[in-house]
Design a protein around this ligand. Structure first.
Ligand SMILES: Nc1ncnc2c1ncn2[C@@H]1O[C@H](COP(=O)(O)OP(=O)(O)O)[C@@H](O)[C@H]1O
Ligand SMILES: [Mg+2]
Length: 261
């Protein structure tokens, strides 16, 4: 190899190394997780978001879930962002995801390979969050979606996510229960969506308001599983607030209120 070629190669390697560093949290013990989650394609997607200026930095992992990891990032102006990356190739995930996509007219023509499914899953969450936001449901504002990477408003401070209802049960549960019902009515009647995984884990308390997150599995009210999912969501809601001594609305009545009949 010529000297010039070697220099160019070294220069390139250094550049890649510098970029990679941006993706790594300083703490050594978290480095392994970060490396593991970023396969080559995902790396490229994150780089392109960095290049486009959508993202300015990606910092530590806030959460490692079954199908996705959530990172704390920032934009150029220093505003906090949440970067949710879908990446789990388990057969379980594939089976699960197909169940939701197959009944949804919005996703009639998607390919069935794992990579495409991650992409669909991220697009689906992005769209669901946007539709919810338009219906004035309290959800994190979306910023961008590219392939399996979803960027949204960060709920929390200094890289620490706002606490979930589970972590920090409200002092005024009656009020929060009512607010959530109002949100679920809007979600059903205006956005025409059912959350599908509503629980004390997927509601973050931020600035005194319950914010609903995690909408990848949310479905249109026309979906064959919508009714079942709504009942399960409302059941979870009642179970949680019942334990906090709220005089909850009986399930059937609550369902009528949310559906608007
Ligand atoms: N927009 C956000 N702002 C701050 N933290 C978030 C945000 N979205 C998700 N998180 C954090 O990541 C966790 C997992 O996110 P979630 O969307 O519920 O994915 P999962 O499918 O892994 O449950 C949440 O419990 C929360 O702590
Ligand atoms: Mg969740």
């Amino acid at each position: 190899m010529s000297r010039k070629a070697r220099e160019r190669l070294e220069h390139n390697e250094k550049r890649v190394e510098r970029r990679d560093k941006m993706l790594h949290h300083d703490r050594a013990n978290e480095r392994a997780t970060v490396e593991e989650v970023f396969d080559q394609t995902t790396r490229l997607v994150v780089f392109s978001l960095l290049n486009a200026g959508t993202l300015h930095e990606v910092n530590g992992v806030v959460s490692s879930g079954k199908e996705a990891r959530v990172y704390w990032g920032k934009n150029k102006e220093g505003k906090d962002l949440a970067v949710k990356i879908y990446l789990t190739s388990s057969a379980e995930f594939k089976k699960g995801i197909l169940k939701y996509i197959e009944g949804d007219p919005r996703f009639k023509n998607v390919k069935r390979d794992t990579r495409s499914l991650f992409t669909v899953w991220a697009q689906k969450e992005f769209r669901n969050l946007e539709e919810a936001c338009q219906a004035k449901v309290n959800v994190p504002k979306t910023v961008a979606v590219k392939s399996n990477v979803l960027v949204m408003e960060f709920l929390g401070k200094d890289g620490k996510s706002a606490p979930s209802l589970k972590e920090s049960p409200p002092e005024n549960p009656e009020r929060i229960y009512k607010l959530l019902i109002t949100n679920l009515k809007r979600l059903y009647q205006k956005a025409k969506l059912v959350h599908g995984d509503l629980s004390e884990y997927n509601v973050l308390m931020w600035k005194g308001k319950p914010m609903i997150i995690d909408m990848s599995q949310s479905v249109s009210i026309e979906h064959p599983m919508a009714k079942f999912m709504l009942t399960r969501d409302l059941n979870n809601l009642n179970r949680f607030f019942n334990r906090l001594d709220v005089n909850v609305i009986p399930l059937e009545e609550l369902q009528k209120q949310v559906v608007g009949k």
